[in-house]
Design a protein around this ligand. Sequence first.
Ligand code: GLN
Length: 279
Amino acid sequence: MFSDSSERLVFARRLFSAITGRGNQDMVLNPGREVAASGQFVDSVIERARRNEPLEYIFNSAQFLDFDFVTNGKVLIPRPETEELVMMVRNHLDKLERAAHVLDIGTGSGCIPVSLASYVPGYRYYAFDISDSALETAHQNAEKYNCEVDFRKVDILGWESAIPGSLSPKNNDGLYDVIISNPPYVMDSEKKDMQSNVLDYEPHNALFVPDADPLVFYRSISRFAARFLRPGGRLYFEINEKLGKETATLMEDCGMCNVLIIKDLFSKDRFAVAEMPSI
Ligand code: GLN
């Protein structure tokens, strides 16, 4: 079930915290302590782990930067690449002078707006998702960290037929300062290289796109940005490492300028940043 002893230790610690409601350090400080748990609970957890279900779903929590987000099978498990994306946006927000309006499209667990709202308070945060259950989980995370995020149910692929008022921020000109998105970008043909813990448990509508049109979300979101970003505003994407050039060209075609493709910690093309031209 686990490939090495450190994975076993992580599992034992998470099981211990789930039973006792206490953190890991308690297990380290009191190794001999006896704990009470129903055999049924422990058996079901072990059975789920045996079937390769991610621990983030079994224990309903995932570490992300300084946070511990609620997760379940309806939302993608937050990834380290997305931590980098958040830090990049955070640096930018720290430099903005006036209260910015910041939108995350396809928010899932809400890890992007909730961590940004915690790090850079005082700005207005908005988040869209198509899935009611994802929005519910994102709400829980915003509440857990006491953040105000304006969550809205939006199908971004169909934004052109939505009522404009349902898409714009609550300010005078109805424009955002920053738009962020980590949309689905894994091509169907890449499934064969993926592990069963991802394929069997994570929501496919948050991960996969058809090979025939892998940038479908990027096109729709870039067009949305061209309509709803203020001049000088920024669009931040997490991207498929194989599609850096194509994504950059598409963003330019949609009217964005100063497009940059940025590498992640593993030296893969992972982020695209662009600006809305100042007229
Ligand atoms: N980085 C994720 C993965 O490799 C994909 C996230 C996404 O599709 N937006 O599984």
